[in-house]
Design a protein around this ligand. Sequence first.
Ligand SMILES: Cc1ncc(COP(=O)(O)O)c(C=O)c1O
Length: 286
Amino acid sequence: VSLRFNPNVSAKTHPYISTGLKKNKFGLEEKEIIEVVKHCDRLRGIRMKGLSIHIGSQILELSALEMSFKKIAELCLKLNGILELKKQKPIQLVDLGGGIGIPYRPSEKAIAIEQYTRTVQKIFGSWMGPPITLGFEPGRVLVGNAGILLTELLYKKSRGKKKFWIVDAGMNDLMRPSLYGSFHEIASIVKGSKTEKNIDIVGPVCESSDFLGLSREIREPHSDFPFLAVMSAGAYGMSMASQYNSRNRPAEVLVSGDQWHLIRRRDELEDHWEQEIIPWDLEQEG
Ligand SMILES: Cc1ncc(COP(=O)(O)O)c(C=O)c1O
């Protein structure tokens, strides 16, 4: 087995995606892991093979990751001492999790992969313990900025100074803005001539939290092609999408050079009840 260590390090990210603090539900504290390892020779069929951490997602500060790497390295050496006394093999795998943030706004500075690898090297480059394999679980940084959500501008509506652009994508398709208050850049694909200010780009779901962007300044789309691109939707987009409000989840299209492929079909109405089960006696009652 591998055990997930909660190093009590703040990832300085949104609290909902911070997972490495004592107050978060994830992992085991150092003393709990030591306790397990002290008993591992009595756990038949179980061998202590690895340790892992994942302190959160969308991390933009290397110092938080560095601190957690230091802590897992120290714990690994401590555990090896206990395992040696118990004539057990040392830890073989140290999994450093994911968490590398991406720029959602052009002005945002994310961690460069080279900086990340230098930090890993700083902690593990001169590793003195028995050989280990390092594990990595990057998610968002690989795919976040490789995906966009396309949506059609259906109509515009004003209330006093407030302006709304109602689009056909909603919080069920991209949940991040309503769940975390996250910012996603939004741009017209074929730009018209006029720029509008202070626009809320909202979806068709019956919640006031159903927005993709608030108070935006945006060039309106050309009337022949009324589509907007919601950027950085490649991670935590479709994976968090739902059929809430009986809405069909969108299709997914993979674009490679000048080729495109449908890689997931759009939901159909039947998909909404496909997994539902009618108990036999209710069926009898008609
Ligand atoms: C255990 C674990 N590893 C890796 C990841 C991927 O994280 P990210 O997309 O921030 O790289 C997550 C995300 O929730 C996770 O829970």
